[in-house]
Write a protein that binds this ligand. Structure first.
Ligand SMILES: [Zn+2]
Length: 404
């Protein structure tokens, strides 16, 4: 058995502020502790070239490979107005669940249309310039998707811009006229079975629209990936966990042929975008707002049917406890199965941070994640998502695990 083989281990850092002496001290300390158990790579997100250059240097001095962690369709570090490139909505209503504490760290989650972004060369040019600011070993593309349930209903029903209408040959327009009827049918459904049937109808009616959105994301990723591969850089991507990837139009199988590895974000405890508790709660609240007669338990049953996940019975326990970590293993199996026809590797992404109120995981959670990853015999793990916020106890738990 391969139980003693250590996987490739990476972590991440999000550093939009100035690199102070204290921050540098923390980075050096955390990197040193992680290097002791074999940290291989660090993904660096920063809109300040001087900060990322210094972190790249710190990594290189310690034998850790620095990757450019680059957000593509939201929070892209471009120097021009991005408003004209935002996705086009058709509904007014929509309540974002994203916490202010996450926005204050420089993450706005305002999404751009992949087709409008691709139509101009300016975003790709900016990516190329960023790539040239430091000696990176690879790239790690993030936010390659449409808005998620956390952004609210109006945002997930996008994009209806002119570019999308033209490129989809009117598929987006056709779906646009069906939406209100589909929502009305969910609104008047009695009981969970009829509501589930209405949602299934909605998904079926959206089929061509969703295929177009998925293809749009794949096209965009292929351009960024080609640019990096022409420079012999390793290419990884951050994807929503398989249970939720359809909601944001990420096609594991089609994306796999353009990248070297995929990190599914299987975050069982995170109340932030991409975190399963946050996204499921947001979906639950969207359904509840459309049909106020459904109970929380009925809505959670619908979500279980939609996602094939094992979920708690109330919104409160979803908020307080997150979801059962056995879902982590199940999601990795699905990710592996969706990419089995490619050479792309699946690297398990799990939260290792103490970042209240968004996420708090302890060393017991870390051990469980590691045990489940080992059962899958994965080639890599990514301790997400900010090395500065990973407590020393969690780092020690990783070290202990691989020394056993
Ligand atoms: Zn568009």
């Amino acid at each position: 058995m391969s139980c003693c083989r250590r996987p490739w281990i990476a972590s991440q850092i999000l550093l939009n502020e100035e690199l102070s002496t204290e921050t540098e001290r923390v980075i050096v300390s955390k990197l040193g502790k992680m290097k002791a158990f074999g940290l291989d790579a660090l993904m660096i997100w920063s809109d300040r070239p001087e900060s990322s250059q210094r972190v790249v240097q710190i990594c290189r001095e310690r034998g850790v490979s620095p990757y450019l962690w680059y957000p593509v369709l939201a929070d892209a570090p471009v120097k021009f107005e991005t408003l004209p490139f935002e996705v086009v909505k058709i509904l007014e209503q929509g309540e974002s669940q994203i916490l202010d504490s996450q926005r204050s760290g420089g993450e706005e989650f305002e999404f751009l249309c992949p087709n409008k972004v691709r139509a101009t060369g300016d975003f790709l040019k900016r990516f190329e310039e960023t790539l040239e600011t430091a000696d990176f070993s690879g790239i790690f593309l993030d936010r390659i998707r449409f808005p998620s349930p956390a952004n609210g209903l109006a945002d997930i029903l996008t994009c209806f811009c002119e570019t999308c209408t033209r490129e989809s040959k009117n598929v987006t327009e056709k779906f646009r006229y069906e939406i209100q009827g589909l929502l009305n049918s969910l609104a008047v459904s009695d009981g969970k079975d009829k509501a589930m049937a209405a949602i299934s109808n909605m998904i079926e009616a959206a089929s061509e629209f969703l295929s177009f959105r998925k293809a749009s994301v794949v096209e965009l990723v292929s351009e960024y990936s080609s640019l990096a591969r022409n420079r012999d850089l390793d290419v990884g991507i951050d994807l929503f966990t398989p249970a939720l990837s359809d909601f944001v139009s990420q096609d594991y199988s089609a994306l796999a042929s353009h990248v070297d590895w995929i990190k599914p974000m299987v975050y069982c405890k995170t109340m932030g975008p991409a975190g399963l508790p946050m996204e499921l709660l947001s979906l639950g609240k969207i359904i509840q707002r459309i049909n106020g007669k459904l109970s929380e338990e009925e809505i959670l049953w619908i979500l279980e049917e939609l996602t094939c996940l094992s979920l708690p019975k109330s919104f409160k326990s979803l908020i307080d406890e997150g979801i059962d970590m056995k879902n982590f293993g199940l999601e990795l199996v699905r990710a592996i199965s969706r990419t089995k026809d490619s050479k792309t590797r699946i690297f398990a992404g799990f939260e290792a941070v103490d970042f209240p109120p968004i996420c708090t995981v302890d060393s017991v959670d870390i051990r469980r994640y590691l045990e489940l990853s080992r059962e899958m015999d994965l080639g890599g793990i990514v301790l997400s998502w900010d090395i500065r916020r990973i407590p020393d106890e969690n780092i020690e738990a990783v070290g202990d695990f691989f020394e056993r």
